[in-house]
Design a protein around this ligand. Structure first.
Ligand SMILES: Cc1cc2nc3c(=O)[nH]c(=O)nc-3n(C[C@H](O)[C@H](O)[C@H](O)COP(=O)(O)O)c2cc1C
Length: 168
């Protein structure tokens, strides 16, 4: 059985240590690709039908409203069967203290019984926030292993720690 990475990541404008920068590839996607390289995992990217604004300030506003209304934004393609995989890596940016809402849309559709889950987050200082607690609820029946938290600005220097974490 092989490994799978289910992740969300948004390119565009983002904060790096207090400075706004435009990035072509999201931070979380960089980590997802390391996992593909080291573990041979397949990648599944969760993409909302309505894209988030590239503009950072607009995006945080939309995301905040979605979280406050406990929204389940529609996603372009939903994965509905993970029976071929035993380890599922779940990656996302910390958005207002937890996972972006499209990850809730996706994860709620899957049966995690008997799976091993390894969560990873990229962030600007808050680490996982309450995401690990939320993942335990979303992935009922899975064994949730120690998560990996990487500051967004450090993803290109994180290859070694990702490799060690995969091997845990
Ligand atoms: C809508 C939104 C909300 C965010 N909320 C938080 C937060 O609460 N805590 C934090 O540390 N970083 C927060 N960030 C920063 C991101 O977690 C960080 O830049 C991350 O690396 C982005 O990953 P990505 O490029 O894969 O989307 C937020 C960013 C956005 C766009």
């Amino acid at each position: 059985m092989s490994d799978l990475v289910i992740y969300f990541s948004r390119a565009g404008e983002n904060y790096f240590g207090g400075e706004l920068k435009n990035i072509e590839k999201g931070n979380t996607e960089v980590i997802a690709e390391y996992i593909r390289e080291f573990a041979g995992a397949e990648l599944f990217k969760v993409e909302p039908v309505v894209e988030y604004p590239a503009d950072y300030m607009k995006c945080i506003d939309v995301a905040k409203k979605e979280q406050q209304s406990d929204a389940r934004p529609e996603i372009k393609e939903a994965l509905n069967d993970i029976s071929d995989y035993d380890t599922i890596f779940i990656g996302f940016p910390n958005w207002w203290g937890t996972l972006p809402m499209p990850m809730f849309t996706q994860l709620e559709q899957l049966d995690f019984a008997g799976k091993t889950v390894k969560p990873f987050v990229t962030h600007e200082g808050s680490g996982f926030g309450s995401a690990e607690k939320d993942i335990k609820k979303l992935c009922e029946g899975a064994e949730v292993k120690r998560g990996l938290s990487v500051p967004g600005a450090d993803v290109y220097d994180a290859k070694d720690i990702v490799k060690l974490w995969i091997e845990e």
